[in-house]
Design a protein around this ligand. Structure first.
Ligand code: ATP
Ligand code: MG
Length: 159
């Protein structure tokens, strides 16, 4: 299905509005020249929801959560950046493994199954994209993913 990335972001941000109200600020940076995305809206909504719910869970109150989308040559780049506890470089790959949660008992008590990022990577890779994190401990985290933008191949029955 074809849809505008900006609609997806607006939709997900709206779904968090009540929960975030008075605790965090959202700052959106959405390029307005984005070609439509060919993909599974509900699955990609799940990816963005998990990234935003993580940004909320792993940040102290009062911070800003930045969400951006822009088009590069043949791909869209989307990011969710927070000002939270951050992730040490040696855990940047492990956090995408099934059931993996960073041992942050001393920092913050949080609930979770450790599946969100595992599923996010599976969904993004199924769309031909990539997902990764840029972060240092104590310095916030920026999760980025890409989605290919090129022309979709028509299936036989559409020709
Ligand atoms: P679930 O998403 O299944 O409810 P979860 O949030 O613990 O549980 P993931 O979303 O897969 O699982 O994240 C895995 C781990 O990566 C988290 O438990 C946390 O330790 C770390 N992590 C994820 N996002 C962030 C973030 N924005 N800042 C700091 N740590 C993070
Ligand atoms: Mg999560």
């Amino acid at each position: 299905c074809d849809f505008a990335l900006s609609s997806l972001v607006a939709d997900v941000v709206r779904s968090f509005a009540a929960q975030v109200e008075g605790h965090f600020e959202f700052e959106l940076r959405l390029a307005d020249d984005m070609p439509p995305i060919h993909g599974d809206y509900e699955r990609l909504r799940q990816v963005l929801s998990n990234l935003i719910s993580n940004a909320i869970k792993y940040s102290p109150e009062g911070g800003t959560i930045r969400i951006g989308a822009r088009a590069e040559a043949e791909r869209a780049v989307v990011y969710v950046a927070d000002q939270g506890i951050g992730i040490a470089p040696e855990e940047h790959e492990q956090i995408f493994q099934r059931f993996y949660r960073v041992d942050n008992r001393l920092r913050r008590q949080t609930q979770g199954s450790g599946l969100g990022l595992y599923l996010a990577r599976a969904i993004i890779e199924a769309h031909g994209g990539r997902i990764w994190v840029e972060s240092q401990l104590g310095r916030g985290a920026r999760f980025l993913f890409t989605l290919p933008l090129g022309r979709r191949q028509l299936t036989d029955h559409e020709i």
